[in-house]
Design a protein around this ligand. Structure first.
Ligand code: NAD
Length: 357
């Protein structure tokens, strides 16, 4: 009966959420309600051009605000809730874990509680069709040695306050399915990169420092390995999980693109030098400085994505080389967006710690 299904997206002003909102508006007929608190990491500029669309509505607010969430659910009657809202930066979780517990654990718990009550008010058909998609990270599985991959059956061994808080939220999403029947689905994804990523994370930070001729701090020996996925590939995977994922299931998402941090940094330097031949500081690689390692720094993450590939027919489409090139180019062309993110909080971090993932 409803021509345009409604998706309630939380954290849609952040990096992955804003890319997801775009992908939804471009590739489906759904209407998006975006609930985002606009912390330092949320940037309304990332979605400014969508404000004219009658399929997009922004609401500033907290996922932990039960009254607000309840009224949004009642008003918009979404067929799915996709939860991106989180504190997401590992270094900040080491300095100050409180916000991570509040948003990632308490906030997710309150959101689930409201979704559960809303879901119970739906007709049986609508209940069957409803999904609560909880977007999570491979960091909940801890760290790998040189061999092996994370599968959906890997043990939870979170090592940072960030990953511990995400692990707790995953368990809550699972429990709402097991205990109350809420059709929750969890996705655990590897490291994302691409446009609209806040410049405290490795790839935008290195890009920016290379362009500006600033030192590029690299944690430890730079040999930590991450499995990189271009953000729009992640968004398409999430659409597959929404459409075909089975309630109560977990889907791992990864790019089959393992890279040592130092190689990521060197690739970015090469691309920046190529795209900006007139930079005054010479080869950008000269800016690399190794700095004291982050405590509890996981050595290697790598995802076995065979379940989502075989069950839902998804696979990544953007190679790391293509994705990095596209990302560096985007940062070069979007100086205004970048300036809008750089406040005192970021400035004090940049160059202090390592470039972190
Ligand atoms: P981000 O930090 O860029 O964005 C988070 C967004 O959530 C921001 O817009 C922020 O304003 C909003 N937010 C924070 N607290 C909120 C609250 N209490 N209520 C409402 N909104 C709130 O993060 P991201 O990199 O886009 O990550 C999104 C999700 O994906 C997170 O849950 C993260 O754990 C997960 N994830 C990220 C990666 C990655 O590589 N970035 C990989 C796998 C999973």
């Amino acid at each position: 009966t409803n021509a345009s299904p409604v998706l309630l997206i939380t954290g849609g002003a952040g990096f992955i959420g804003s890319n997801f909102v775009r992908v939804v508006l471009e590739t489906t007929n759904a209407t998006v309600v975006n609930l985002d608190l606009l912390t330092y990491a949320g940037n309304p500029k990332s979605l400014q051009d969508l404000e004219a669309s009658d399929r997009y509505r922004f609401v500033q607010g907290n996922i932990g605000d039960g009254t607000l969430v309840q009224s949004l659910l009642r008003e918009h009657q979404p067929s799915a809730v996709i939860n991106f809202a989180a504190e997401s930066h590992v270094d900040r979780s080491i300095d100050c874990p409180d916000d991570f517990i509040q948003t990632n654990v308490v906030g997710t718990a309150r959101l689930l509680q409201q979704c559960q009550a809303y879901w119970e008010s739906l007709s049986q058909d609508d209940q069957r069709a409803f999904r609560f998609l909880h977007v999570s990270t491979d960091e909940v599985y801890g760290s790998l040695g040189a061999e092996g991959y994370f599968t959906e059956d890997s043990r939870y061994e979170p090592n940072s306050p960030y990953s511990a808080s995400k692990a707790a939220s995953d368990h809550l999403a699972r429990a709402y399915h097991e205990t109350f029947g809420l059709p929750t689905v969890i996705s655990n994804c590897s490291n994302n990169y691409g446009p609209y990523q806040f410049p405290e994370k490795l790839i935008p930070l290195v890009t920016l420092n290379a362009i500006e001729g600033k030192e590029i701090p690299v944690y430890g020996d730079g040999l930590n390995i991450r499995d990189w996925l271009f953000v729009t590939d992640h968004c398409h995977a999430l659409l597959r999980v929404l459409a075909g994922g089975r309630p109560g299931e977990v889907y791992n998402i990864g790019g089959d693109a393992e890279q040592k941090n130092i190689d990521v940094v060197k690739t970015i330097c090469k691309v920046v030098d190529e795209l900006c031949p007139a930079l005054p500081h010479g080869p950008s690689e000269q800016l690399i400085r190794f700095v004291k390692d982050r405590p509890g720094h996981d050595r290697r993450y790598a995802i076995d994505a065979s379940k989502i590939k075989s069950e839902l027919g998804w696979s990544p489409t953007v190679t790391f080389e293509q994705g990095i090139r596209e990302t560096v180019r985007w940062y070069l062309e979007n100086g205004d967006w970048l300036k809008s993110t750089v406040n005192d909080a970021t400035r004090s971090r940049r160059g202090l710690g390592g470039a972190s993932t």
